[in-house]
Design a protein around this ligand. Structure first.
Ligand SMILES: [Zn+2]
Length: 693
């Protein structure tokens, strides 16, 4: 297609979207048109469907493609280039998304064809991967209410629509509440302790908001926001305890009052999910969630959480006492009681003392360009692929977005991806994530469509003429998202229904990403990339040893938070009923007492910004992070056991690429894991890695 014929960026399925041609005023009409066509053609397919893979599966994938492509672009832009116009457009088409996806999942005709296919001779001819896809489709249809009739069916559809609206509202409230707070500081005394990166960022925000004509990191003014890098930087470093408290309090009450209050939304979401579960014949929503997970049962999850808690909780208590003693010694205040806004600050001071470095000492060694070299080096050494910049081949939603191609060692293209690395609080949502626009897929003409992934981070942006100087946490995050990207891009599956991350159980998805983080601690990899951005000098062996040691630094305190979030999420979806005495926040307080060493402040409204479970698809699935950490640590031990020398890395890496990264959703994750590791996963490697064994 030439530039002249491409007038609508939403209408180029199978190609990299032309973001330069995207027009928000085309969204409603285009998606309406695509949805209408989809529904008409779906009816045709339903009428003529036969129990074969081609008819009951592949033809639907093809039919869906133009619509899901357009939706993917709009949903993505909402996350990375949010604007009032786009929100309105998105809200206007959201009901169509729900309507069309439900229409297919609830189609009796298609459901019956799938059941027939399973009983037919055709079934014997299908490979295991395609059979697994069909079984997932049957299950998903059942979860979408295919078995419901009449009023129950209507009710189910109403709930789906309302839930979709509620989750969009939930995220928008969090985004708006995050933006609504800022603290303008003008006295240098107020920013004492803040490292230059944070000062620079705060001065840049101040200038952007019109507090000053130009940003001056040393003279101010400085604007402190709740945007994550800024928020964390302030809590870790600002010496003024009263200001830390102010910023902390603003953060933990986000979206919990006024027009942006998410509390009524939470009640409603939980209520609707419970109703949905009961319509489907499940006891509660957690069971609905587990139907699509790798974990065998909710009891198995509680058991795993408990066994980790057994080692982590006492250790976390020790860590807290130790930190408090340290803070008392440093301040000379023997009666000092650490408050939640003190933990990060004193944690950093203790880290400086015991590990002898600060995050700020490391930043100059982790400039984005060098970190990318290191990351791509791992991909080459371990997986045998080459990654090359291809920025001139595409335009994205922001000029800072980079584009890369992934190739085999012999130069054959395999995939491509873009990287939107920097925090952009004005229009990009927080956190880091991976998404894709094109899956690997064998096309009708026999050519192979190559996968395209989108990696999004929210790391410290470049300040002035310095490149983005990353904290070590930001480096880890980048490796993590790249791990997700690799699973999408290095898949060997040729049909979209199971290529990449498609048809993989949720709680297994974090394996590939968490696994990648191990390379940040691997000596040769780290020394290879940690080079000073100005002098090129490699980070010292001593600093490497300290980074390596830092992995277990106060780790139990972090793990108990994960355990707390995981159990809170599960319990909210496992028999909890809002409006019957205990509120979701009460449950949070109760579980806080069980897991946390010190209770949260009474005003804390963590649930109001817990987008993962109320808007992000992690409902009764937050435990997946810990679950997958067990898999990832065990997979890493596979590399360690083989020796981590060049030869063994190549061999183990090739096996890892063939299995974990290659097999997509064609086999159950436990089988994939066994193919790589030769046995079922065990929790000990994780406990050892964290020093909790
Ligand atoms: Zn992840």
């Amino acid at each position: 297609m030439t530039d002249q014929t491409v007038v609508n960026a939403l209408k180029t399925p199978g190609q990299l979207p032309r973001f330069d041609l995207f027009r928000v005023d085309q969204v409603t009409e285009t998606i309406g048109e695509l949805a209408d066509r989809y529904l008409v053609e779906l009816e045709q397919i339903e009428k003529n469907v036969s129990p074969t893979w081609e008819s009951a599966v592949a033809s639907l994938t093809d039919l869906e493609e133009p619509l899901s492509y357009a939706f993917a672009i709009v949903g993505h832009l909402l996350a990375v280039q949010n604007s009032p116009e786009l929100r309105t457009a998105h809200e206007s088409v959201l009901p169509r998304l729900v309507e069309t996806s439900l229409r297919r999942a609830q189609s009796n005709g298609l459901y019956k064809a799938l059941l027939q296919l399973k009983e037919s001779d055709e079934w014997q001819k299908l490979d295991g991967g395609r059979r697994r896809v069909i079984e997932s489709m049957i299950r998903d249809s059942e979860l979408a209410g295919v078995g419901l009739e009449g009023p129950q069916r209507e009710r189910f559809q109403e709930i789906e629509k309302e839930l979709a609206e509620l989750s969009t509202k939930f995220v928008n409230n969090v985004l708006d509440a995050t933006k609504a707070f800022s603290l303008v500081l003008t006295d240098p005394d107020e920013i004492e302790g803040l490292p230059s990166t944070a000062r620079g960022m705060a001065a840049q925000y101040a200038a952007a908001a019109g507090d000053a004509t130009e940003s001056d990191p040393d003279k101010g003014p400085w604007r402190i926001t709740l945007d994550l890098p800024m928020y964390l930087g302030f809590l870790m470093h600002a010496k003024r305890r009263d200001l830390r408290e102010k910023v902390f309090r603003a953060h933990v009450v986000r979206a919990s009052s006024g027009d942006l209050n998410n509390e009524p939304l939470i009640d409603r979401i939980l209520e609707l999910r419970a109703e949905q579960a009961s319509l489907l014949g499940y006891e509660n929503y957690a069971d609905v969630s587990l139907a699509t997970k790798m974990a065998p049962s909710i009891e198995a999850i509680y058991e795993q959480l408990d066994s980790i808690r057994e080692s982590a909780r006492p250790k976390a208590s020790e860590e807290f006492e130790y930190l408090q003693e340290f803070a008392r010694r440093e301040t000379g205040d023997a009666g000092l009681e650490l408050q939640p806004w003190d933990n990060a600050f004193w944690g950093e001071r203790l880290r400086e003392k015991e590990l002898g470095y600060t995050d700020e000492d490391l930043r100059p060694y982790f400039s984005l360009p060098r970190v990318l070299d290191g990351l791509f080096g791992v991909a080459e050494k371990v997986l045998g692929v080459r990654i090359e910049a291809a920025d001139d081949q595409a335009t994205f939603w922001d000029p800072a977005v980079r584009f890369f191609q992934v190739k085999e060692a012999d130069g054959t293209p395999i995939a491509s991806f873009c990287l939107d690395a920097y925090s952009r609080p004005e229009n990009k949502r927080g956190g880091a994530w991976m998404n894709w626009i094109l899956p690997r897929k064998l096309l009708a003409d026999g050519t192979l469509q190559l996968p395209v992934a989108w990696l999004m981070c929210n790391q410290t942006p470049p300040v002035g003429d310095k490149p983005s100087l990353m904290s070590f946490g930001e480096v880890r995050t980048l490796f993590h998202e790249f791990g997700h990207g690799l699973q999408h891009m290095l898949t060997q599956v040729d049909f979209a229904e199971a290529s990449g991350l498609s048809n993989i159980e949720w709680d297994a998805v974090e394996l590939a990403s968490t696994f990648m983080e191990n390379w940040c601690y691997h000596r040769e990899t780290l020394l290879g990339m940690a080079k000073h951005f100005e002098t090129g000098e490699t980070i010292s062996e001593d600093l490497y040893q300290k980074i390596s040691k830092s992995r277990q630094f106060r780790i139990a305190s972090l793990i108990i938070n994960q355990l707390f979030y995981s159990e809170l999420d599960l319990r909210l979806h496992d028999g909890f009923t809002p409006g019957q005495g205990q509120t979701p926040n009460d449950l949070k307080v109760e579980l806080g007492k069980k897991h946390l060493v010190r209770p949260q402040i009474p005003e804390d409204r963590l649930l109001c910004s817990f987008s993962h479970i109320f808007a992000g698809g992690y409902a009764a699935g937050y435990y997946s992070y810990l679950w997958a950490s067990v898999l990832a640590a065990d997979a890493w031990e596979g590399f360690v056991e083989a020796g981590l020398d060049e030869k063994s890395i190549g061999e183990t890496g090739a096996r890892y690429r063939r299995t974990v990264l290659g097999l997509g959703g064609t086999e159950h994750p436990i089988e994939v894991f066994k193919k790589f590791r030769g046995r079922e996963p065990e929790p000990e490697p994780l406990l050892r890695q964290l020093g909790l064994a």
